[in-house]
Write a protein that binds this ligand. Structure first.
Ligand SMILES: [Zn+2]
Length: 234
């Protein structure tokens, strides 16, 4: 029986009080897509509820520490935190990076040890326009095309979404590639294809307005189409 794990690395834009002085010059960024993924946490919560799944999330801004990058990646720290002295950078990672990563790793490892395949859905949202370029998708499904389970599941999920609402444009490995540096890429290295499938769900932020009934409807649609896709690919 497949186990679902839902995560949300970019769920909020909070900065802990002791780090706020670093953001004096960058305060404006916190409210933008560079500070967090609007709507991604609501999506993650709805998924966790629909599947009675474990949810791991963060409401601290990615501009403090980027949870979806490797610890040594240059982008793990932002324009606001990169200039900290080395020991303070290390403290920041110890406090806000490693507990999250270790918790997700442990959840996946426990389910794999039980012999249950894990499907990990990492919930994200993307800005409709980046550097003047309009993104032509409503939903993106990011995965590693070389992993059979992920590929089959995403093909089935894309198909189910299209059938549910032909007006939605669903693209695979768009607006990013699923194999870039990140949490799912890291977990793939630890677990075999049959044990672990890591999918990043990317929803266009034009569909994620909080309290919007259309946004709520899309969250519902994405959950039940995933349920059908899981059934089809068991
Ligand atoms: Zn994100």
């Amino acid at each position: 029986m497949t186990r679902l794990l839902i995560t949300c690395e970019h769920g909020g834009n909070k900065i802990p009080p002791q780090y706020r002085p670093l953001f004096k010059k960058h305060h404006g960024l916190l409210g933008t897509h560079r500070g967090y993924d609007p709507g991604a946490l609501a999506m993650a919560r709805d998924f966790a509820k629909a599947f009675d799944a474990e949810l791991v999330y963060s409401t601290t801004s990615r501009l403090l520490v980027e949870l979806n990058r490797s610890p040594r990646h240059p982008q793990v720290l932002s324009v606001a935190t990169r200039t900290l002295p080395p020991d303070e950078r290390e403290r920041l990672l110890q406090r806000y990076y490693w507990p999250y990563r270790n918790r997700v790793e442990a959840q996946v490892a426990a389910a794999v040890a039980e012999g249950a395949g894990v499907v990990h859905v990492s919930s994200h949202s993307f800005t409709p326009k980046l550097d003047g370029e309009v993104r032509r998708a409503d939903v993106g499904l990011l995965y590693d095309p070389a992993r059979t389970r992920e590929r089959e599941l995403c093909l089935a999920w894309q198909d189910e979404i299209r059938h549910a609402d032909a007006g939605l444009t669903v693209r695979r490995n768009y607006p990013y590639r699923g194999t870039g540096d990140g949490l799912t890429t890291h977990l793939r290295r630890l677990h075999a294809d049959r044990d672990y499938a890591g999918i990043e769900l990317e929803v266009n932020q034009k569909h994620t307005r909080v309290g919007d009934s259309a946004a709520r409807g899309l969250r519902k649609l994405l959950a039940w189409t995933l349920a059908r896709a899981l059934e089809r690919t068991q």
